[in-house]
Design a protein around this ligand. Structure first.
Ligand code: 13P
Length: 283
């Protein structure tokens, strides 16, 4: 199966009432672990990396790796640039072959967010790629460096934003936040339901780490079809390696490498099951 765009994956997820996992990756081990779960469960998936993470994983190195791994997978996999901030890096991701990009203008005034997202979308379309925008403000920041307050999406603004920007996927803020939650989040299902009734494009849930399985399922029923998972992957990789050390299973580097792949695999397996996308890997 070739590298695919995000939009047909999300259209099929909307029709079948499930969600596609969009897994953040930082190295080859995470890519291999996620795709092992994808192959085993016959699921579609999205591999993503956020602009703030490029200081640890340079785009010119990890980007081609992500694209090559997606091309090599027997299931449909899209490669997504998450939380794009600058035209420079968004353009670089598109040049490398990413099949979708997000522009995160959630901190900007409404008009500026809509106009800039529309420009990013125009650029993406020159590459035949998809574009995601965000309306309202998901809490925290992708790498935990900023403590951004949650600002729940106003459904009428979401409708206007989708029309102005013409995005292929729209991230909403319903009480969700990036990173580990201090308390279990109380998601605003009423806002999600109202937004989904007014907006046709598939909706995206950021801040997937720590959301309860039943809350994920309810979000999916109400219109979420792409779910972003980052911290849970990083934590699972680290924990799996630590446990392997403590159990005396690591005798050398390649045991550590296998433990990292396994950590990413276990986390992806868990979320694929909750999201209901196992067995949906045919277009
Ligand atoms: P978490 O780190 O909370 O899983 O959030 C991931 C995310 O939304 C990436 O865009």
């Amino acid at each position: 199966m070739p590298l695919v765009k995000m939009s047909p994956l999300l259209a099929k997820a909307k029709e079948g009432k499930y969600a596609v996992g969009s897994f953040s990756v930082a190295n080859m081990e995470m890519v291999l672990g996620v795709l092992k779960a994808v192959e085993e469960t016959k699921s579609p998936a999205i591999l993503q990396i956020a602009e703030v993470r490029l200081k640890q994983s340079p785009l010119e190195v990890i980007g081609p790796l992500m694209v090559a791994a997606a091309k090599n997978c027997s299931m449909p996999v899209a490669v997504h640039f998450d939380h794009g901030k600058t035209f420079e890096k968004i353009g670089q991701a598109l040049d490398i072959g990413f099949t979708s990009v997000m522009f995160d203008g959630s901190h900007l005034p409404f008009e500026e967010n809509a106009q800039t997202t529309a420009k990013v979308n125009e650029l993406a379309k020159k590459y035949n790629a998809d574009c995601e925008g965000e309306i309202g403000c998901v809490g925290g920041s992708e790498d935990g460096s900023e403590n951004i307050a949650i600002n729940c999406t106003a459904p009428d603004e979401a409708k206007k934003f989708a029309e102005l920007s013409n995005v292929d996927a729209l991230a909403v803020a319903i009480g969700n936040a990036h990173g580990n939650y201090k308390q279990t989040p109380k998601l605003r299902f009423d806002i999600l339901e109202q937004t989904a009734s007014m907006v046709d494009v598939p909706l995206v849930l950021h801040g997937g780490t720590g959301i309860l399985p039943d809350d994920f399922r309810k979000c999916i029923q109400l219109g979420i079809h792409k779910i972003n998972i980052a911290t849970a992957t990083f934590d699972s990789v680290e924990l799996n390696a630590r446990n392997a050390y403590e159990n005396g299973e690591i005798k050398g580097y390649y045991d550590l490498q296998a433990a990292e792949v396994e950590g990413a695999y276990k986390n992806a397996m868990k979320h694929i099951e909750i999201f209901g996308c196992a067995g949906k890997g045919t277009l």
